[in-house]
Design a protein around this ligand. Structure first.
Ligand code: HEC
Ligand code: HEC
Length: 269
């Protein structure tokens, strides 16, 4: 008892207590913060599902059934996953308008936030392919040459060698892939819309999908349209040439002037 009170009066005691208190709050924070975060995510998720269900009831249930079980006008959506919804609604194919050989692409009807809600609702009906993240579909750094090889063996028979598309039987067609976003290309491979086969990760790993996306973007000239074949790096060679002309020739001219001036001086003297 005496020892303790002696220590309490020690000048460092306050510091020690403060440090202990800080450590305790840190520990408490570490113990409770992740739980709070997980809980917040869970509530956000159930809110999205709720909102999605409302949108679904108004816009989709007439064809796909009130619980997504399907009707004679549309297939069951149980287990198609959020990726299928993001693709179908994001490319404007859904909601379908009139019956035909193939539901066409059109300007999208829902905002991306609403699409996410619809996707959350449909995903809650049954597990299926999940909407990919940017790291999964971002083609930056992927192997274009390998993507070209994969494209020719897996996709070219329907979409043509550079992805301009082509007719299939019975009024169906494989659309042009020009201008399709990386995310939608990835989702098409994941989910296999209509007459297209699906390419799940088991048969086509993520990296191969990214290689294919990189190839499609390269041949379609993401920003600068290139008539056939690969782009030659856009304006690269031209601007480099211009640089060479201006700076290279410029310095040659400067040297020539300097030499001329000096030889003139030398002659005079
Ligand atoms: C007019 C009827 C109709 C409406 C409305 C409609 N769909 Fe569809 N939907 C279809 C048909 C028909 C197909 C099948 C297309 C095919 O594969 O040929 C389909 C297919 C789909 C698929 C692909 C399923 C799969 O197996 O990959 C998804 C996902 C989908 N619809 C979601 C929606 C959502 C979400 C809405 C509401 C925003 C919606 N649909 C509204 C008729 C409809
Ligand atoms: C058997 C023929 C076939 C093969 C093989 C095929 N596709 Fe498709 N693809 C289609 C059809 C048909 C559609 C149209 C589906 C629709 O409208 O719902 C399509 C749609 C797409 C779309 C959506 C385009 C858009 O306008 O939104 C993409 C992207 C795509 N395919 C990429 C690929 C890639 C990449 C491969 C190879 C890994 C591939 N496809 C292999 C037939 C095929």
């Amino acid at each position: 008892m005496k020892k303790l009170s002696a220590r309490r009066r020690h000048p460092l005691a306050a510091v020690v207590v403060l440090l202990l208190a800080l450590a305790a709050t840190g520990g408490l924070y570490a113990a409770f913060a992740p739980a709070d975060k997980a809980q917040a995510e869970e509530t956000a998720q159930s809110l999205a599902i709720e909102e999605g269900k409302k949108l679904y009831t108004v816009g989709c249930a007439s064809c796909h059934g009130t619980g997504g079980q399907g009707t004679t006008d549309g297939p069951s959506l149980v287990g198609v996953g959020s990726a299928a919804v993001d693709f179908q609604v994001g490319t404007g194919r859904m909601p379908a308008m009139q019956p035909g050989a193939q539901v066409p692409k059109k300007p999208k009807v829902y905002s991306q936030a609403e699409i996410d809600q619809l996707a959350a609702y449909v995903a809650s009906l049954g597990a299926g392919p999940i909407t990919p993240t940017k790291e999964q579909y971002d083609p930056a750094g992927a192997d274009i040459a390998k993507g070209g090889e994969l494209f020719r063996t897996n996709c070219a028979q329907c979409h043509n060698f550079t992805g301009e598309g082509g007719a299939l039987t019975n009024g169906k067609f494989a659309p042009s892939l020009e201008g399709v976003s990386s995310k939608h290309i990835y989702e098409a491979m994941q989910t296999g819309p209509q007459n297209m086969p699906s390419f799940p990760d088991a048969t086509m790993p993520e990296q191969e999908k990214r290689d294919i996306i990189a190839y499609i973007e390269a041949v379609n000239g993401d920003e600068t349209p290139t008539p056939g074949g690969f782009g030659l790096g856009g304006l690269g060679p031209v601007s480099e040439g211009l640089f060479g002309w201006i700076f290279g020739l410029g310095s040659l001219v400067a040297v020539a002037v300097w030499v001329a001036a000096h030889t003139a001086k030398a002659k005079k003297s």
